[in-house]
Design a protein around this ligand. Structure first.
Ligand SMILES: Nc1ncnc2c1ncn2[C@@H]1O[C@H](COP(=O)(O)OP(=O)(O)O)[C@@H](O)[C@H]1O
Ligand SMILES: [Mg+2]
Length: 248
């Protein structure tokens, strides 16, 4: 559904993403990588907020790399950007209504009502908060609104950039359960630094370092990789695994 080929992008003439290629389909496609690897640059390139320097991006067979962000949203790519900002003075329900206007079709009032009910079923915490200004919500609740705002646009693909950053551990777990639930019906491209909790829920994983994919595979393959275990899971190799004992 999404095909990326030789994608390079950067800022002011510098190269950040250096020839990324991948395809993503149903389920969760996960891009993990440390700070500064280029995860957000990749997301910005895909959703049209940064014009790629080279390469092709196809969505449902159609080239989108030179389209504006609004057009890409209309085609059905929903996004939850890094540290997604809400309109803090607006009520939660109005933030969601804005999301409903972004998608491929304008959602009628009655349908919006139904979508709202679906979002409250997904995120029960938001039910009592609908009429509050968004800025009064906790960080975790704001992140839920940002995800709901993307979902009510009825995307065909949802791209999320590190949605669990800054949330405390129990909330991370809770949010990822929702993400997994949403991914049953909607393909998701997810970037994360949280390897331990996100790799197991992915269908396919790419490891992004310094603007390149250094490893790609199934969760099992990624978690079995020595380098991934050492760098991302902080596992030390036992001395005996490094070298045979002297004279032995
Ligand atoms: N708006 C920007 N202007 C200039 N450089 C940027 C900008 N955003 C990111 N960068 C640089 O691009 C590189 C990759 O950043 P980013 O895509 O944000 O990585 P990640 O999301 O994986 O942490 C970093 O070196 C960062 O400093
Ligand atoms: Mg980032």
């Amino acid at each position: 559904m999404l095909e990326v080929e030789g994608l390079s992008a950067g800022y002011y003439g510098s190269t950040v993403l250096d020839g990324i290629s991948f395809a993503s389909g149903p389920g969760i496609t996960l891009v993990i990588g440390p700070n500064g690897a280029g995860k957000s640059t990749l997301v910005r390139s895909l959703v049209g907020s940064l014009r790629p320097v080279r390469g092709r991006i196809r969505f449902e067979g159609r080239s989108i790399e030179s389209l504006r962000a609004e057009r890409i949203a209309e085609l059905g790519i929903g996004t939850v950007p890094e540290r997604a900002r809400l309109f803090g003075q607006l009520r939660v329900v109005d933030n969601l209504r804005i999301g409903a206007r972004l998608g491929q079709h304008r959602v009628a009032a009655a349908d919006f009502r139904a979508d709202l009910d679906a979002m409250i079923a997904l995120f029960p915490d938001l039910g009592p908060k609908l009429d509050q200004p968004a800025r009064l919500l906790s960080g975790g609740q704001q992140q839920m609104v940002a995800i709901a705002r993307a979902l009510v646009s009825h995307p065909k693909l949802l791209i999320m950039d590190e949605p669990t950053t800054g949330l405390y551990p129990t909330l991370v777990k809770e949010l990822l359960v929702k993400v997994e639930q949403v991914a049953r019906d909607l393909p998701i491209l997810l970037t994360e630094q949280n390897v331990v909790q996100t790799v197991p829920i992915a269908r396919h994983v790419h490891v992004l370092e310094a603007g390149r994919f250094v490893h790609s595979g199934t969760p099992q393959e990624i978690l079995a990789d020595d380098r991934v275990r050492r760098i991302y899971l902080g596992e030390e190799r036992t001395p005996s695994a490094l070298a045979p004992p002297p004279g032995g």
